[in-house]
Design a protein around this ligand. Structure first.
Ligand code: OOG
Ligand code: MG
Length: 254
């Protein structure tokens, strides 16, 4: 049986030192359930260094992402306070292995959420929604992985940027989304590409939390998943995600 703590240490160190590693599954045999245990142990190491969980992110909730990565099962990962990049802020490529960015919708929860709920019931605990960007950075060489590999690696979580929060007082089911690099559109899509409606991703997050014996907490952020394929970051790029009716979020790469 694989030594889960050892594998957690390997992915945690790779993330901390921003160095690419071979896929764990090349040498170790572990299940998807083991992979979530590895993720949890790896994140506990971060909490031990003073980081705090700030939410969760959903992955592979759109066809575009599933097709890009060749995987077709929804996954989730943990966000921490240290992953938050200020809206309008700057990042340095040297802190990452080979980062990519994708446009997302973020939810801020006002009450805890857990277990099987309808998308509408899930929306009832949402304090605010925001346009967001996720910076994903697989620690695996060539950004290639199996489902258990990526889950063990915290589902490629690396950074996230949140634009201005807005009350969820109008439907967010089919809003135009544009990802821009230096003012030019590099990906376009719709919030409808996230499971047909981003609220479904929130409901799925609630169900998965219940299944894994934790709750989504008040004050947490839930990232609904990339609405389009992800784009590789390069130095000098100013990135913006614009979502119809919601506004924009952005950052610049040094
Ligand atoms: C895995 C993470 C997927 C999303 O929004 O679909 C994800 C990856 O693509 O590296 O964050
Ligand atoms: Mg994502």
């Amino acid at each position: 049986m694989a030594d889960l703590a050892k594998l957690a240490q390997i992915v945690d160190t790779a993330a901390r030192e921003a160095t690419a590693i071979p896929q764990l599954s090349e040498k170790h045999d572990f299940t998807l359930e083991d992979a979530y245990a590895i993720q949890q142990i790896s994140l506990s190491r971060r909490y031990g260094r003073g980081e705090r969980q700030s939410g969760i992110k959903m992955g592979f909730t759109s066809r575009a992402k599933m097709v890009q990565m060749g995987l077709d099962e929804m996954i989730w990962g943990r966000l921490t306070d240290r992953m938050l990049v200020e809206d309008g802020g700057r990042i340095s490529l040297s802190d990452y292995v080979h980062p990519r960015v994708e446009p997302e919708v973020a939810f801020l929860l006002k009450r805890p959420l857990r277990g099987k709920v309808s998308p509408m019931a899930a929306m009832a605990v949402v304090e605010a929604v925001a346009p967001a960007l996720e910076i994903i950075d697989s620690r695996y060489k060539n950004f290639k992985f199996s489902l258990p590999d990526v889950v063990a690696d915290n589902s490629s979580s690396s950074g996230y940027v949140i634009g201005g929060w807005r009350r969820p007082d109008s439907d967010i089911g089919n809003l135009g989304i544009v990802l821009e690099f230096n003012g030019r559109a590099v990906q376009v899509g719709s919030s409808a590409s996230i499971l047909g409606h981003p609220a479904r991703s929130l409901a799925a997050a609630s169900r998965l939390a219940g299944h894994n014996d934790f709750e989504l907490k008040a004050g947490w952020v839930v990232m609904a998943g990339g609405a389009t394929a992800a784009e590789a970051l390069r130095p000098g790029v100013s990135v913006r995600c614009c979502i119809e009716n919601l506004g924009a979020a952005g950052f610049t790469v040094d």
